[in-house]
Ligand binder design. Structure first.
Ligand code: HEC
Ligand code: HEC
Ligand code: HEC
Ligand code: HEC
Length: 450
């Protein structure tokens, strides 16, 4: 009897030990985050309401909310909505005939994206019928989008008008634009980005975490256009993401955003190509630095470390944004100032050259005897020169993200604009059209239309 009890006891102990070992091995194999983190609430996949995610992640949520009230400006950027047209009235001329000549404000924080897209005077400006403003304009403004795209598909979304989509969209940018609920990993949420990467033979699911800390911003901070009657959101990346490859793409597709009044040039508007600009061999990109390293640096809350979601100009917090890698953040900020001053000055010279080209082409186009072939060549160079200038101008870092690239593009653009002016003069055999610096002689200077 006693012998049996001993054996049973030994059996139980062996069994318990085995179970315990199993549990420990299982726990050890769990990913770090899942072990460390117990969610308070379950978050539905593609949940549009950021506040619900905020219950689990209060630090990320409260820092994200700050983007709504940020209002501090830097020399060339910052978080107020100053008007680019007032700051640089040359842009009123450069965008003549297009909505950007009427309303063009600087960007501000993520929590304002929805309010701002609804308020811009660019909506419906060229059209009596508000239905004609495409719903595609909502693509980068709301955390409702991932859910809607998954329900009806992006093609249907883009076919809807702005007004038809409005009732379905009630949140600004939020957690669902960048994260997968549950795993919280960074994801591609914009189908246009997925397709653009696929067109280059790339699958974002294979990207490293550090790559995703840049690619997640490419859901929105990119060059894009609305393709065809369905206004299908498309990134012009099939040839690659460098400026010449994008121009080549647009030349082949024949796409234009508008015709320049009186000159007749089929124009392109660049959007906000931060991703393409930064990844084109910049010093920081080549060194493996990501957008998030500078714009979402780590912060401390007691023992916890988290990424600030208060995304804004890094010049407002250089200690955190640059100090993690550069011992002297004052020095690198001075470097930024020098780079930006140089790019801003060069940019104005390019603008003057393009305005000279525009005036020459307008005069030539008004002359019935103009050589049309030469005039069309002039228009094509005007189209390219302005897109190149705009690529640097609409990119929001005033050259800092890739300084050499910015100066190279501006130099090439100025060169093309001067060639365009020359061809326009030749087309009517009138060398008076070669006059330069017309903008600076203009009095009064143009003011933005109301
Ligand atoms: C090495 C640091 C660094 C990296 C990496 C970086 N940025 Fe920036 N970014 C800056 C600086 C500096 C500015 C200029 C801010 C200013 O002029 O006030 C800036 C400006 C901006 C602005 C305009 C800010 C404003 O106040 O309007 C946006 C938008 C932006 N960056 C997005 C991105 C995106 C997207 C990426 C990645 C593709 C990126 N940045 C990578 C440092 C960085
Ligand atoms: C879902 C689209 C979307 C994603 C994803 C996104 N942005 Fe933005 N971002 C915007 C829009 C739209 C604005 C302008 C909002 C406005 O002006 O109302 C903006 C504005 C900004 C600004 C200017 C803020 C200010 O105060 O002036 C910075 C800087 C910025 N984004 C950086 C980033 C970085 C870095 C990433 C990636 C980590 C990123 N964004 C991801 C759409 C997005
Ligand atoms: C514009 C894109 C973007 C949005 C919007 C966004 N995040 Fe993030 N989030 C990031 C990036 C980038 C990281 C850094 C991820 C990494 O390093 O792997 C991050 C990291 C995190 C992490 C991991 C821990 C940390 O802080 O590094 C959590 C949790 C998180 N975010 C929660 C949220 C919540 C909650 C929201 C909504 C209130 C939100 N995020 C909105 C881009 C975003
Ligand atoms: C994650 C690390 C990291 C962060 C964050 C970072 N940098 Fe850098 N930075 C680098 C590296 C690496 C280099 C290249 C160093 C080299 O080649 O000597 C560099 C180079 C530079 C240079 C010299 C570039 C050149 O081409 O001459 C400047 C200026 C600079 N950084 C400014 C900044 C500013 C401003 C910030 C903050 C907004 C910043 N960096 C944030 C890593 C970083």
């Amino acid at each position: 009897m006693k012998k049996y009890t001993t054996w049973i006891l030994v059996g139980i102990i062996v069994l318990l030990a085995a179970v315990l070992t199993g549990v420990l091995v299982f726990m050890k194999n769990q990913p770090v985050e899942e072990r460390a983190f117990q969610p308070l609430v379950e978050i539905a996949l593609m949940e549009p309401v950021s506040e619900k995610w905020g219950v689990n992640f209060p630090n990320q949520y409260t820092t994200f909310l700050k983007t709504e009230t940020n209002n501090i400006d830097t020399t060339y950027a910052g978080s107020s909505q100053f008007s680019w047209l007032e700051r640089d009235p040359r842009q009123v001329i450069l965008f003549a005939g297009y909505a950007f000549s009427k309303d063009y404000n600087d960007d501000r924080g993520h929590a304002n994206a929805l309010t701002d897209v609804r308020a811009t005077k660019r909506l419906n400006l060229n059209d009596e019928d508000p239905k004609h403003t495409p719903g595609t304009c909502y693509s980068c403004k709301s955390s409702n989008n991932p859910g809607i795209w998954s329900d009806i598909g992006m093609a249907e979304f883009d076919k809807m008008s702005f007004n038809e989509l409005t009732p379905l969209i009630n949140n600004s940018i939020g957690c669902a634009n960048c994260h997968e609920a549950g795993t919280m990993r960074l994801i591609v949420t914009n189908p246009a980005l997925k397709e653009a990467l696929e067109a280059q033979g790339k699958d974002w699911e294979t990207f490293t975490r550090q790559e995703m800390r840049t690619v997640v911003c490419a859901n929105c901070h990119v060059e894009y256009y609305f393709k065809g009657d369905g206004k299908y959101l498309t990134f012009p990346w099939a040839n690659g993401t460098e400026i010449n490859q994008i121009i080549e793409y647009y030349e082949k597709s024949g796409f234009k955003d508008w015709d320049y009044p009186e000159a007749g040039t089929p124009m392109l508007k660049a959007q906000h190509p931060e991703f393409e600009f930064f990844t084109a061999g910049s010093t920081h990109y080549n060194a493996g630095v990501s957008c998030s390293d500078c714009h979402m640096p780590y912060m401390r809350d007691g023992a916890a470390k988290y990424s600030t979601h208060d995304v804004h100009s890094p010049l407002l917090n250089p200690e955190q944004a640059c100090g993690q890698c550069h011992t002297d953040s004052e020095y690198v900020v001075r470097r930024v100032n020098l780079i930006q001053d140089q790019v801003a000055t060069t940019k104005v010279e390019t603008e003057n050259a393009i305005i000279d080209a525009i005036n020459a082409i307008k005069l030539a186009a008004a002359n019935p005897n103009a050589n049309q072939e030469l005039l069309d060549q002039a228009r094509n160079l005007h189209r390219k020169a302005q897109f190149m200038w705009d690529f640097v101008s609409a990119e929001n870092s005033t050259g800092f993200h890739n300084p050499e690239y910015a100066l190279k593009i501006l130099a090439d653009s100025t060169n093309l604009a001067r060639q365009a002016q020359m061809l326009a003069a030749q087309s009517v055999n009138d060398m008076a059209l070669l006059e330069t610096g017309i903008y600076d002689k203009m009095d009064p200077k143009p003011v933005p239309a109301k």
